[in-house]
Design a protein around this ligand. Structure first.
Ligand code: PLP
Length: 439
């Protein structure tokens, strides 16, 4: 059973957010009122529910019950140390994409042996760093990378454990910027080249072939592309093993979507029930499985609390100007993504003190692309607080200092307990590495 919110009744929980709910007029995360967090820590503010992260993880764990499986949290979704700690303590491995992410995992107490290293552009220095740390697997994305990794490992007197990322050429039907499993993407090696590249990998002295992997995209809300990708990967496993190269594990990547806006992705356990049925039918039920979920573990665990600075009526459009911006919440500007926006203090609908109107919700940054929500019905006035939902994934980790805006404070809520996991960034923090020169 997944954990239930301890105070808020499930009926009042927000769609997709089992641990965010109105209790009376007050929006709460677990047992904590968001208005209280905003009063204590200021805005903009990210808040994450620990129970929500663990419930999302538990759905995968239920799906894999009785199997040899390793869940590697794709930490680029949210790489804050306090978030990594929650997953490390829960026994997760990590999918990393840079040497910096490796250092974060180790700083958070993660197990190096459970790290897999993805990405098309690993540098020699990053390879050396990961080999010396003793990571579990390099997910290699090109033939050229295999050769370099083998050289780097040989020079250290080591053998690099490798898996090759194959491109199954299936359409995940998601945004083009987050679709990765089609032929024309930069990711993985082509299906038809895979066997030859495995044979090349097996011939290199600095490498030890341990697995195969794929990752077809992100925010996938349908099981079909996963089932198609599995078929194609298993075809490859058959031909690679027939050529005499054993594969100890199969890694099916991440990409499962979350509910942003009436999206209906399959639950992780239901999806895996279908996938495992196929795996069993095809005779691979005994193989060790790996997955790399990111968004689906943290996305709906987080909300961003922001304050309305100004309400600006216009001839054609009304603007609601908030203190969070595209530097904090980059997904709308980057992918035209939708985040639900709700009041922290619900108005009584019987006697609303502010009339409802339609607003473009925008930040203070000097860019027309700095919008957070378009054409939203809100009853707001300056000083009100709003919660931007589904902001646990690909928000803080993609945030920037554009306009010399300090990054927001991050809190981890655990029942009634509140932990500051990142302090608000000051201008001095931002200028720390810069130098004035003698002119
Ligand atoms: C980004 C990424 C993931 C995680 O994707 P989500 O959509 O966040 O689950 C997993 N594997 C690889 C290789 C990635 O690049």
């Amino acid at each position: 059973m997944s954990q239930q919110p301890s105070t808020a009744s499930a009926a009042s929980a927000l769609p997709g957010h089992p641990f965010v709910a109105y209790r009376g007029a007050e929006l709460q995360i677990e047992d904590v009122r968001l208005s209280q967090l905003a009063a204590e820590h200021g805005t903009p503010l990210f808040v994450y529910s620990k129970a929500s992260m663990l419930a999302a993880l538990a759905a995968y764990q239920r799906g894999f019950a009785g199997r040899q499986a390793q869940i590697c949290y794709a930490m680029k979704a949210n790489s804050s140390l306090g978030v990594l700690q929650v997953f490390a303590v829960a026994g997760c491995g990590f999918d990393i994409v840079s040497g910096g992410e490796l250092e974060r995992v180790l700083a958070a107490g993660g197990d190096a042996a459970k790290i897999i290293f993805s990405g098309v552009g690993k540098t020699r220095a990053e390879m050396r760093q990961a080999l010396q740390a003793g990571i579990g697997c390099f997910n290699v994305e090109s033939e050229a990378e295999l050769d370099v990794l083998s050289q780097v490992a040989e020079a250290l007197g080591l053998r690099a454990p490798v898996s090759i990322r194959v491109n199954p050429n299936v359409d995940p039907k998601t945004h083009p910027y987050i679709s990765t499993g089609l032929k024309d993407n930069k990711f993985g090696v082509a299906h038809e080249d895979t066997l030859r590249i495995y044979q090349h990998a097996a011939s290199l002295k600095g490498l030890q072939v341990v697995g195969i992997d794929c990752h077809i995209g992100s925010q996938i809300t349908d099981a079909t592309p996963y089932l198609d990708a599995m078929d194609r990967v298993l075809d490859l496993v058959a031909s690679i093993e027939a050529s005499g190269i054993a594969l100890a594990h199969i890694d099916f990547g991440g990409g499962l979507g979350i509910n942003y806006n009436n999206d209906t992705p399959p639950a992780a356990d239901a999806l895996w029930a279908q996938l495992l049925r196929k795996l069993d039918e095809r005779g691979y039920g005994q193989k060790k499985l790996m997955i790399e979920p990111g968004r689906s573990l943290v996305g709906n665990a987080g909300v961003c609390v922001t304050e309305v600075l100004y309400v600006k009526p216009g001839e054609h459009k009304n603007f609601c100007i908030i203190d969070a911006a595209m530097n904090d919440l980059p997904r709308p500007a980057m992918y035209q993504a939708f985040h639900a926006i709700v009041p922290v203090l619900a108005e009584s609908t019987a006697t609303p003190s502010t009339p409802e109107a339609r607003y473009d919700v925008v930040g203070p940054i000097c860019e027309s692309g700095d919008w957070i929500g378009r054409d939203r019905a809100l009853s707001v006035k300056a000083g009100d607080q709003l919660a931007v939902l589904s902001t646990g994934a690909y928000c803080m980790s993609m945030s920037s200092n554009y306009n010399t805006r300090g990054r927001a404070v991050e809190l981890l809520v655990d029942g009634a307990k509140v932990h500051v996991i990142r302090e608000r960034e000051s201008a001095a923090d931002q200028m720390r590495l810069e130098r004035l020169v003698t002119l």
